[in-house]
Structures are given as structure tokens and as C-alpha cells.
Write a protein that binds this ligand. Structure first.
Ligand SMILES: *Cc1c(COP(=O)(O)O)cnc(C)c1O
Length: 236
């Protein structure tokens, strides 16, 4: 990786952190916002550049790609980088996820939660869990319907190797600003309800990507998942 590319990543991160701080001050919710760097399809060198710039949380979507990166980075970097799995989960991949990740943001079925709980090694801390909500009923996306959140939340709370932390959503593409606002506000209400039923451990509302980060934070997101605006376009 050229110095120029790694400088670009450093600058992008600094700029996004600054934007997040300004947005959080503008927001009515008084939250501080965590930045998840989505590094899927980006190189190990790109991730190293982000780590050198102080980035600690990374999101990956593809199990094999992620496990390769995590394994290689562990040999070089002893820092406590946290890995978040954010892609769709097939049940034959839960073991690799349970063994390698710190967070899973895309839990939407009891079967997956049960397997993650059974397969999380005793030597590791509890696996942090977000439930993925399909808030705008998008056929192209996975996720729970809003009315299913409570039941799955109860199940995850009963799993000793899992720690429920909150909710995640990806909005439907091509909607209007007003529709996005409605969806983000609906997510915020669900998040508040979950806090009421499950208590203080519910501290994470993951919503907003490169294209809709601003609106998500104004409506209460306290984690945004940013790929393109940090690392540039992905090869498809
Ligand atoms: C790829 C991805 C992102 C990042 O998207 P960008 O538009 O590149 O910021 C965020 N969340 C999820 C679940 C993703 O799959």
C-alpha cells in the first residue's frame, strides 16, 4: 500500500470523527457515537492503516475473508481490536463467528443465537449481540420484523455466553429523506423499549452508513458503520 493511500485513510477517519462529533452535538439525544470501520473487501494493509490512525472497531461481512484477516492481524498486532460480524449468517458458519468475533450485529433467528451461544469458547468473554431489524420491510434484506424483537431479545438474554447490547438496521435503498427519518425514529423507539425491558446493558443502536450517517445520528444512532467513506469504493 502506498503512503498516499494510507494517508487518505487517516484523513478520512479524522474527518468522519469530526463530523460525528458535530452531529452528536446537533442531535437531541445527547449521545456519543462509536465508529465502526467496515473493512469488507479491503486489504489487510488498509486495516493496518486504520489501526495506526487509532481505529479500534472493524466490521466484516464474509466469514472466510474475515477469519483470514483476523488470524493474520493477530500475529502482528497485539492491540485489542474488536471485530464485528455484520453480514447474513448461515448456520454452518456460526462456529467460525463464535470463535473469532467480539460482536455479532446481524442476529435475527433463535437458531443462530442458540448455536452462537453453544459454540462460543469458554476461554472468551461473552459475545456481544445486536438484533438486526428489517425496519422498512425490505424484501431484499434479512432482519426481524419490529414485533418480533421482544421475543428474540428474551431468548438472547437467557444465553449465558451471549450479551445482548441492542439493535442494528440497514435501511432500504432508494427511499426518500422523510421515509428514512420515519424508519430511524421507529428504530429509536424500539431501542428505548428494549432498554426498558432489558436494562442498562442495552447501550448500542447501530444505524447509518456512508450514505445516511448524518440522518441516523440526528435520530439517535450511537454506532455508525462506515466503509466507503473511510476506505473508498469496494471492488464488486
Ligand atoms: C457494507 C456495509 C456497510 C458499509 O457501507 P458503506 O456504504 O460502504 O459505508 C455498513 N453496514 C453493513 C451491514 C454493510 O454490509
Amino acid at each position: 500500500m502506498t503512503t498516499k493511500v494510507s494517508e487518505k485513510i487517516t484523513n478520512n477517519l479524522a474527518e468522519i470523527r469530526q463530523q460525528l462529533q458535530i452531529l452528536a452535538e446537533e442531535s437531541q439525544h445527547g449521545q456519543s457515537v462509536k465508529l465502526l470501520a467496515v473493512s469488507k473487501k479491503h486489504s489487510l494493509d488498509a486495516i493496518k492503516a486504520a489501526i495506526a490512525a487509532g481505529q479500534m472497531h472493524f466490521g466484516e461481512n464474509y466469514v472466510q475473508e474475515a477469519v483470514d484477516k483476523i488470524t493474520q492481524l493477530k500475529e502482528h498486532i497485539p492491540d485489542p481490536v474488536q471485530w464485528h460480524f455484520i453480514g447474513p449468517i448461515q448456520s454452518n458458519k456460526t462456529k467460525d463467528i463464535a470463535q473469532n468475533f467480539d460482536w455479532v450485529q446481524s442476529v435475527e433467528r433463535e437458531k443462530i443465537a442458540r448455536r452462537l451461544n453453544e459454540q462460543r469458547p469458554d476461554s472468551l468473554e461473552q459475545l456481544n449481540i445486536l438484533l438486526q431489524v428489517n425496519i422498512d420491510d425490505d424484501d431484499n434484506k434479512s432482519g426481524l420484523a419490529p414485533e418480533q424483537v421482544e421475543e428474540l431479545a428474551e431468548y438472547v438474554m437467557s444465553c449465558s455466553k451471549l450479551k445482548l447490547r441492542g439493535l442494528m438496521t440497514i435501511l432500504k435503498a432508494g427511499t426518500t429523506e422523510e421515509q428514512r427519518k420515519q424508519s430511524f425514529q421507529h428504530m429509536f423507539r424500539l431501542y428505548e423499549q428494549l432498554q426498558q425491558t432489558c436494562g442498562e446493558q442495552i447501550d448500542t443502536l447501530s444505524m447509518g452508513m456512508s450514505g445516511d450517517m448524518r440522518q441516523a445520528v440526528l435520530e439517535g444512532a450511537n454506532m455508525v458503520r462506515i466503509g466507503t467513506a473511510i476506505f473508498g469504493e469496494r471492488e464488486s
